[in-house]
Structure formats: structure tokens, C-alpha cells
Ligand binder design. Structure first.
Ligand code: ARG
Ligand code: MN
Ligand code: MN
Ligand code: MN
Length: 317
């Protein structure tokens, strides 16, 4: 198998502009280190609709949902095609709504295989338009992948196009749920809202908190994850850079949160998962160089992770 980099420069699922520039910032980080990383691999550039962010959005519980839906479709199609061609999709996206596209693409390529999801993030991203406080769809991809709207905690009245395209999002790639709640685990989630807390408790999704990983040992925790996912045929790793400590990444992300992992911990988690040889795709999201107050530090840190993870990928593919 060979690595194929999928560049998905879309930021319309976020509340703040700029994560669409994350890929270019990471490439510049590589160039400044005289690392020819980005010349080593085949890549694909996806079409985007970032300009639609200029459309005024008023009172939407799923902002720009038609365009986010279409972007996820594009990503899903690309991921599925690459898997079918024997490539390993290494996805670099803008905002995290993209994860739904990648997950859908994996399932479209392998509808009968069971998928586990490892979600490394400060956020749970398990809102639906019915519960979201912001209407930003990067807070919703897991709910869409689980096809669970958490109506027990409904706050918002969802109608019209919002309802229509949200329902369409749940059917990208294959109809309905792509993953079972029992096959999802979080790492580093520490900034959630009440409807998310209730949903996580109800579904029994395990969250490996930063202090727990440090106290119990990273290897022990990841082994436990691989054990719980022993019935899964494939694993998808979603790496939101805000899982890292906000100071370490110089606030270069849309929704920074304190007390996160450092990059060495992230590398160790991902590389141990990769060693299982079950990983079908890894995705990097939410690098926003416009918010970085220390030059290009965020992207440099993301590149450090990307480079280390890629070395491990080359070993296991
Ligand atoms: N929970 C908040 C919201 O729904 C923040 C979500 C942040 N998500 C992300 N992928 N950065 O608006
Ligand atoms: Mn942007
Ligand atoms: Mn996040
Ligand atoms: Mn996220």
C-alpha cells in the first residue's frame, strides 16, 4: 500500500475562518526545515467552497450545512476511491466536520467491515443541530457518523434545509450509522456541553483523559483500546490538534483548550495504534495559522506529528 495525501482545504464547518490555510502552513513548516516530505507522496487536492462562508448565516443550527454536506461527499468519494485503489488515505483537512466525510468513505469502500473510531480531541464533537449551542458543524461529525441526533436533549427546533441536509449527511457513503457507539473512544476530551455529557454517558463512550493517560501509562491505555476494538476490522484515527495543550500550539486553532497532551504523547498514541495494522486512515484537522501568535508554531508542531506518524506508517503498510 502507498500513502496518498488528501488535502481538504475547507473551513466552513468552523465558527472562525482560517483552518483551510492549515495545510499550506504545515507545508511551509516542512519547507522551512528543509524537509521534502510533501514531495515524497502522491496527493490529491479537493475542490472546496470556502467562499460560501461570506454568506450571512442567521440563526442556523447547522451553519452552511448544504456546503458542508457537499464537502463531506467529495471527501468520502476520494477516500473510498483511494482505498479501493490500494492507497492509504492520509487526510489533512481544515475544520473537523470533514471527519464525517472520511469515515463515510472508509465505510463506502468496506461496507461490511466493522469500523472503530479513535477521536483525539479536546472536544467530543457529538452535537447535532438539535443540541448545538453554536450551529458550527465541526462540533457535530460524530453524531452524524453514529446517526444519532440525541433528541432526548433537544434544545433547537430544526426545520427546512437544515433538517434536509443534516439527514443527508447521515447517509453519505452508506445509509445510516457508520460506527457503533461501543466502537468509539476519545482521547483528551475536556471541553463539552451538557447535551454531549449526557449522550456520552448514555452511549457509554470511554474518554481517556489527559491525566488518566499519564497516571495509568499511555501504552496500557492504548492496549486497552485495541482490546475493546478487537472485534473491529479497521480503525480510523481523527486527530484534532486542539487535543494538544493550547500553550504548546500557541493558540493556533479555532477552539483552543488548556491542559492538553503534548506532541510526543500524540505521536505515541497514534503510532501504537498504527502498529496494530488495523488503521484504515488517519486525519489531521483544525490547524489555523491565522490565530497562531508565535509565527507558525502550531503548524510546526503538527508537522512534527505528521512526520513521526508517517515514519511509522511506512513501517506498517
Ligand atoms: N462544542 C463546541 C461547539 O459545538 C465546540 C466544538 C469544537 N469542535 C472542533 N472540532 N474544534 O460549538
Ligand atoms: Mn479560511
Ligand atoms: Mn477540538
Ligand atoms: Mn474536533
Amino acid at each position: 500500500k502507498s500513502i496518498k495525501i488528501i488535502k481538504n482545504r475547507s473551513d466552513i464547518g468552523a465558527g472562525t475562518r482560517g483552518s483551510d490555510l492549515g495545510i499550506d502552513a504545515i507545508e511551509i513548516a516542512a519547507i522551512n526545515e528543509k524537509n521534502d516530505y510533501f514531495n515524497q507522496f502522491d496527493f490529491e487536492d479537493l475542490e472546496t467552497e470556502n467562499e460560501s462562508i461570506y454568506n450571512k448565516v442567521t440563526n442556523s443550527f447547522a451553519k452552511r450545512v448544504k456546503s458542508v454536506y457537499e464537502q463531506c461527499e467529495r471527501l468520502s468519494t476520494s477516500v473510498a476511491r483511494n482505498i479501493n485503489e490500494g492507497n492509504f488515505p492520509l487526510v489533512i483537512s481544515g475544520d473537523h466536520s470533514s471527519a464525517l466525510g472520511t469515515i463515510s468513505g472508509i465505510k463506502a469502500a468496506h461496507p461490511n467491515k466493522r469500523l472503530g473510531v479513535v477521536w483525539i480531541d479536546a472536544h467530543a464533537d457529538i452535537h447535532s443541530p438539535y443540541t448545538s449551542p453554536s450551529g458550527n458543524i465541526h462540533g457535530m461529525p460524530l453524531a452524524a457518523a453514529l446517526a444519532d441526533d440525541n433528541l432526548d436533549c433537544q434544545i433547537n427546533e430544526v426545520t427546512g434545509d437544515t433538517e434536509k441536509y443534516w439527514n443527508a449527511m447521515k447517509n453519505i457513503g452508506v445509509d445510516g450509522a457508520k460506527v457503533l457507539a461501543q466502537d468509539v473512544v476519545y482521547f483528551g476530551v475536556r471541553d463539552t456541553e451538557e447535551p454531549e455529557d449526557k449522550q456520552i454517558a448514555k452511549l457509554g463512550i470511554k474518554n481517556y483523559m489527559v491525566h488518566e493517560v499519564r497516571y495509568r501509562g499511555l501504552e496500557t491505555c492504548v492496549n486497552e483500546v485495541l482490546d475493546t476494538m478487537s472485534n473491529c476490522d479497521m480503525i480510523y484515527i481523527s486527530f484534532d490538534v486542539d487535543s494538544m495543550d493550547c500553550d504548546l500550539i500557541s493558540y493556533g486553532t479555532g477552539t483552543p483548550v488548556p491542559k492538553g497532551f503534548d506532541q510526543h504523547e500524540i505521536i505515541a498514541i497514534i503510532n501504537q495504534l498504527l502498529a496494530s495494522k488495523k488503521v484504515a486512515s488517519v486525519e489531521f484537522v483544525e490547524v489555523n495559522p491565522l490565530l497562531d501568535f508565535k509565527g507558525n508554531k502550531m503548524a510546526e508542531t503538527a508537522f512534527e506529528v505528521l512526520d513521526a506518524v508517517t515514519k511509522q506508517l511506512k513501517e506498517v503498510l
